[in-house]
Design a protein around this ligand. Structure first.
Ligand SMILES: Nc1nc2c(ncn2[C@@H]2O[C@H](COP(=O)(O)OP(=O)(O)OP(=O)(O)O)[C@@H](O)[C@H]2O)c(=O)[nH]1
Ligand SMILES: [Mg+2]
Length: 231
């Protein structure tokens, strides 16, 4: 596997992939469902893209930045706010999935266990899941809970990529060091996508890059218009 590389600026992004990303994420994005038990999950009509990470890492904020909406996914100062799986339909071409955050130390044990059961069942059972973005707070780097989560993804054979968040809070030199060390660690990780994207939902860093990346997972616009190519 090639050594993971950072996409800190938009180097290497072709005009056409940039445009594809822009177009996809300019589509209407609508809340579909919020489920706390898997039986209530709507049938999968589209490829799915999940966002996971520690509580408060910025999952909901990143989804909002990608779709250019302030409060589509609810954000909060209080960790552990998103406690169910929230699904959003993006232009009838891709389903965005906001997973509940993990690793919130204050969460009661039964809640943590319920979360783990729900997320594990989702990851294992959802054939339409194309990729999971695992968000890592650029201020804190990779923690053991993240490693445990990546192991869970490995067991469930779910492809994933790391996305650094809150880059606006970290010095450039520290970011570069973090990207380097994550790159080395990812090399050994099964199922890891080699590209690491550095983002800030607040400053807009990396958002265009990530849109272009993720657009490759969506149903093609022509197929969406004709109702074909659903998973
Ligand atoms: N400085 C900065 N703060 C951010 C950024 N993204 C999110 N935040 C802040 O981080 C906090 C948590 O953001 P959320 O998007 O709610 O995080 P979450 O991962 O969805 O949290 P849970 O749903 O509780 O797991 C909020 O106070 C956000 O304003 C960013 O790019 N830069
Ligand atoms: Mg959230």
């Amino acid at each position: 596997m090639p050594k993971p590389s950072a996409a800190e600026n938009d180097d290497g992004l072709s005009a056409s992939s940039r445009e594809a990303g822009r177009k996809l994420f300019a589509q209407a994005c609508d809340f579909v469902a919020g489920v706390a038990d898997l039986g209530r999950l709507p049938p999968a009509r589209l490829p799915e893209l999940a966002f996971a990470g520690r509580s408060n890492v910025g999952k909901s904020s990143l989804i909002n930045a990608l779709v250019g909406r302030r409060q589509l996914a609810r954000t909060s100062q209080t960790p552990g706010r998103t406690q169910q799986i929230n699904l959003f339909d993006l232009g009838d071409r891709l389903t965005l999935v906001d997973l509940p955050g993990y690793g919130y130390a204050q969460a009661p044990k039964p809640a943590v266990e319920a979360w783990q059961r729900l997320v594990r069942a989702y990851l294992r059972g959802r054939a339409s899941l194309r990729r999971t973005c695992v968000l890592i707070d650029a201020r804190h780097g990779l923690k053991d809970v993240d490693r445990d989560f990546m192991a869970m993804l490995g067991e469930a054979a779910v492809a994933f990529q790391l996305v650094l968040t809150k880059a606006d809070q970290v010095r450039q030199a520290d970011l570069a060091d973090l990207v380097d060390s994550l790159g080395s660690e990812l090399e050994r990780q099964l199922g890891a996508h080699p590209l690491l994207v550095v983002t800030s939902a607040h400053a807009g860093t990396g958002i265009e890059q990530l849109r272009a990346e993720l657009a490759t997972l969506a149903v093609a616009p022509e197929a969406a218009a004709s109702g074909e190519a659903r998973s």
